[in-house]
Design a protein around this ligand. Sequence first.
Ligand code: ATP
Ligand code: MG
Length: 653
Amino acid sequence: MSEPTIEGLLAEDRRFPPPPGFKQDALVVDTDLYAEADNDYEGFWARSAAALDWSKEWDTILDWDLPFAKWFVGGELNVSQNCLDRHVDAGHGAQVAYHWEGEPGDTRTITYAELLDEVSRLANALKELGVRKGDRVAIYLGMVPELPMAMLACARVGAAHSVVFGGFSKDSLRDRINDAECTVLVTGDGAWRRGNVVPLKATADEALAETPSIGKVLVVRRTDNEVTMRDGRDVWYHDLVPQQSTECAPEAMDSEDLLFILYTSGTTGKPKGIMHTTGGYLTQVAFTHKHVFDLHPDTDVYWCAADCGWVTGHSYIVYGPLANRSTSVMYEGTPDFPDKERFWSIVERYAVTILYTAPTAIRTFMKWGTEFPQGHDLSSLRLLGTVGEPINPEAWIWYWKHIGGERCPVVDTWWQTETGAIMISPLPGATTLKPGSATFPMPGIGADIVDETGAPVSIPGGGYLVLTRPWPAMLRGIWGDPQRYRDTYWSEYAGKYFAGDGAKRDEDGYFWLLGRVDDIMLVSGHNISTTEVESALVGHPAVAEAAVVGKSDPTSGQAIGAFVILRAGHEPSDALALELRDHVAQAIGPIAKPKTILFTEELPKTRSGKIMRRLLRNVAEDEALGDTTTLADPSVVEGIKQRYLSSSAGEEV
Ligand code: ATP
Ligand code: MG
């Protein structure tokens, strides 16, 4: 049977109600939660918060002084106590918290009791290094268990952490440390990546030459590469932590005390230091993790394949899953090491039931072909999720079919570093899915789509995505820059949070995310979304991934330039370029036809795997490249630029 095309599927208006086998045991099977939350959203969130352990009850649910929110005012709790002690005290100490797998194949199984002990030791070690409540601690590690442990240890002593992704350069690390004036750095000798050692300590040393606030550096041994330890500053983890006591009373934190600072991915520009606090954040990440992933803590094996360096890792590898007493898989390396079966081998060996990953990974798996997942037993899976970018309907169908075996709901979750937790997503036992749509705002969340004047657009219709009321996990600001906080999020539309993303609602009220507002193209007076054109391209059987940008054009204002990665077994040709162009014309309309198509092996992406269209726009416009510091591999865009300038593919097809 040939692959169904996305047009075919959408023409049938294909809908995916919750599969009966899934629905049977689902936590939520109807829409009551939405009604309950709409009725009284503050009361709804207060009931969610009450599921946590508070050492002191709050007085006021919400204090909203636009744009500054305080949730559960006067309440006190400790996040690490809620994630660890609470479960151990309830008799679940022997339950596995993390099945950790290193890239070289070594493994560690860490129970809740062991995690509590190690976090307590590490918390005592941090205190010995001088960390006090209210301090900021930078963490620069690969995906080793010590990373979540360090986050939890900070939470235990009341210090805020600032996790810097282990793939970042010394400048990125330095700037983040200095911005938050961190006093201690937790790093490692190195990290494994595709069989190679990423020299974390050497990079950190360069950064540390220009970070006056750092007094002590705690170094985890992982890769055994040679490192320089500076006397009086650098301390090995294994010399300091094991000797510490496992008794460390969790600090009682105010609900509004800072839990962490995290910098955004930097897809659109200079990263912002987003601040998240304690009570509201934990309430919403626990609620969303439980309901979006339909978590059954006694039976599920949950795997979020993100990195702790991104907000997805904070909320859905560490805080949400642990608050809900999940058993998680944590994997150190890349999906193609030692071969392209690694992910599916992990799913099979740990009998993973819930898998949460990014569209960029799914499109890569599509490009590689189905033989890799096919060789593995994936029948343990019961739910799939995605986050990070709009998921092209074709990629959604591929995931549903080839990974989920047509029995697992796919939850497409829209949210941001700023929102802290999932905001728009299906509830998998209740929501009828449409491939490519994140469906509806979560219970308790107010979202709308407005035009440039801020007026809500009718249904169906498209425009700018806004959030219409405060939510517990919302950012409390940008570190050190309250004005930028107001300007970026609250000044575009009075009283509403502006997300920076375009969206539309279809006739059934489903939300479809259309990409970043900065990326929207204006062709002959029509707004055309990058996502829609890219999804049409990915809908062609030869295409695995596509990025489109608008470039100035004398006749149409902007013309669409496409950059296309082919699936395994397909070769670039002029004929194929013409075919793709017609394919888009048929799927969307002649106006959306790309004027130029460049076949490429790679696209410029952030280190979190998102396509950076602004750089492709620079290429298409023959401009100097903008800020590339958050790019995973700066040589990719240089390569594309050279080929674009020299090849006829950059010209009209
Ligand atoms: P910066 O704000 O520095 O440009 P960033 O926006 O990429 O970086 P993140 O907070 O990691 O940083 O990403 C949030 C953005 O990712 C959203 O605003 C949206 O553009 C995109 N996104 C996340 N999930 C989805 C989704 N399910 N569907 C569509 N877009 C998504
Ligand atoms: Mg953003």
